[in-house]
Design a protein around this ligand. Structure first.
Ligand SMILES: [Zn+2]
Length: 250
């Protein structure tokens, strides 16, 4: 059976001299694996190379042993990512986080849109890497079952107070009066701008998701918080993240 899907290559493994196994984050089916055979499918009809971050319309054959890539029409390659090692390693971290989060058929369309927008803003340098990283981390986690509860204080329901505290481990928000003393050290103080920013990332439609800015200090706190959230709830072992962090800012 022949099927068409749109998606982006998020992993590739050489099977032998001529075949690759690719993982594609699709708009339709979450992540799928497909065998890409012979050089004709590596180099598609537009002459572009099929490689990591290639966003394409794929024509696949679904056989008994899975998908085999028949053809591809490239929509975007995100070439600029390769001119900056730090941006490239961050994009590779997005791929690994995606594989860990396993978006399903229900979430894959929005996940793909967040992914493509993140790569676009990263490759065109339209937003700082730290902010793109924070948006990607907390929004994709939320999409895939790890959504923090930031609507209001988990105990009294207050929407806003001078000091609100976020418990990264439980993903819950507390006002100062409701936070038990024993949890103070494990919590993260959210200033009003920071809480607003987190709510914006969680609840905005994707089309508005990358259209805001924050101060440098808020960006730093946000970055610390979203990464901690991923490490606690998803995984603490992303090699690409450690590599990204080892490269100095340019
Ligand atoms: Zn409260």
């Amino acid at each position: 059976m022949q099927v068409e899907m749109t998606g982006i290559i998020i992993n590739e493994i050489d099977l032998n001299e001529s075949d690759k196994l690719i993982k594609i984050l699709t708009c339709e089916k979450g992540i799928i694996s497909a065998i890409a055979r012979r050089s004709k499918v590596y180099r598609n009809r537009q002459g572009g190379m099929l490689q990591l971050f290639a966003y394409c319309k794929f024509t696949l054959y679904l056989g008994k042993r899975g998908y085999i890539l028949n053809d591809s029409e490239i929509k975007e390659l995100f070439f600029e990512l390769r001119s900056n090692l730090k941006s490239l390693s961050l994009a590779q971290y997005f791929c690994q986080l995606c594989i860990a989060l396993k978006p399903d058929e229900e979430t894959s369309q929005e996940f793909l849109r967040v992914f493509l927008n993140s790569l676009f803003y990263l490759s065109k340098q339209k937003m700082s890497r730290a902010l793109v990283k924070s948006i990607f981390e907390i929004r994709t986690c939320s999409l895939c079952g790890y959504m923090p509860c930031l609507e209001s204080c988990a105990k009294c329901g207050a929407y806003e107070r001078d000091n609100m505290y976020f418990l990264v481990e439980s993903g819950k928000l507390f006002c100062e009066g409701c936070l038990s003393k024993g949890k103070v050290n494990a919590s993260f103080l959210l200033s009003s701008p920071l809480l607003y920013c987190l709510r914006y990332i969680l609840y905005s439609p994707v089309v508005k998701l990358f259209k805001f800015s924050v101060s440098a200090s808020a960006e730093e706190k946000l970055s610390f918080l979203t990464e901690k959230y991923v490490r606690l709830h998803v995984s603490d072992s992303f090699k690409s993240l450690e590599f990204y962090k080892s490269i100095p800012e340019d």
